[in-house]
Design a binder for this molecule. Structure first.
Ligand code: GRF
Length: 217
């Protein structure tokens, strides 16, 4: 059986990059359908950039502060950087910056994002604090295709964790993060291999077995 060429992936981060590391680790497998070709950030001091270059990946930083209010100028430079590396698929991994409709249009169907909540619940910031305030008993993370609306887009994968009595936001965040590290590499593999396809607002994932498991908390 001939193997498909690996999809060339760019990863964008703004911080420590633990999701990026989970993708780097997964992509080391010979049969993983994607290879990370560049890691970029809007913050030159993002810890994850050092980690990526230590691991031998090409990196770039575009300091968003140098662009003032001109979001499209930032996005055009970002676009150019990604093209320089022949990026085919873009993965946002803790990238804390909204992209313009122009950018989203250029990359239609080729950008995925991870959000630390079970969308459509708790879009935006401070998801763990808000989950605790609302008293939900199940919380989690979502991987979705990017649209120009923040934290809205066809859902590729979700993972859930219980909210435990006495949890504080940091404890809950750490529990959700373990799920993020599991679902993101799987979701990227599904997209890169062509197994995950957008069908209206739903995503069909070929070969996904209905496990029939219930999540009760
Ligand atoms: C993750 O929880 C991600 O979902 C959120 O920001 C956090 C980034 O963590 N948007 P890391 O930089 O991947 O460690």
């Amino acid at each position: 059986m001939s193997m498909q060429p690996k999809k060339r992936v760019g990863v964008l981060i703004s911080g420590r990059g633990s999701n990026m590391v989970s993708l780097i680790e997964a992509a080391k497998a010979a049969d993983y359908p994607a290879e990370i070709v560049v890691v970029g950030s809007n913050r030159p001091d993002a810890k994850g950039l050092d980690r990526a270059s230590d691991e031998g990946f090409a990196t770039f930083a575009l300091d968003h502060k140098l662009y003032g209010k001109d979001r499209e100028a930032f996005d055009r430079d970002l676009h150019a950087k990604l093209l320089e590396h022949n990026v085919e698929l873009l993965v946002l991994a803790g990238f804390m910056r909204l992209l313009t409709p122009w950018f989203v249009d250029q990359w239609q169907g080729r950008v995925i994002n991870i959000h630390p909540a079970l969308l459509p619940s708790f879009p935006g910031l401070h998801t763990h604090e808000r989950a605790l305030e609302e008293g939900v008993r199940i919380h989690g993370a979502t991987v979705h295709f990017l649209t120009s609306e923040m934290d809205v887009g066809p859902i590729i994968a979700q993972g859930a964790v219980p909210v435990l009595d006495g949890d504080n936001p940091d404890e809950l965040a750490a529990r959700v993060l373990t799920v993020e590290h599991e679902i993101y590499p799987k979701a990227l593999a599904a997209v890169a291999s062509g197994k995950a396809t957008i069908d209206g607002f739903r995503v069909k994932v070929e070969g996904m077995k209905p496990e029939g498991k219930k999540i009760i908390s």
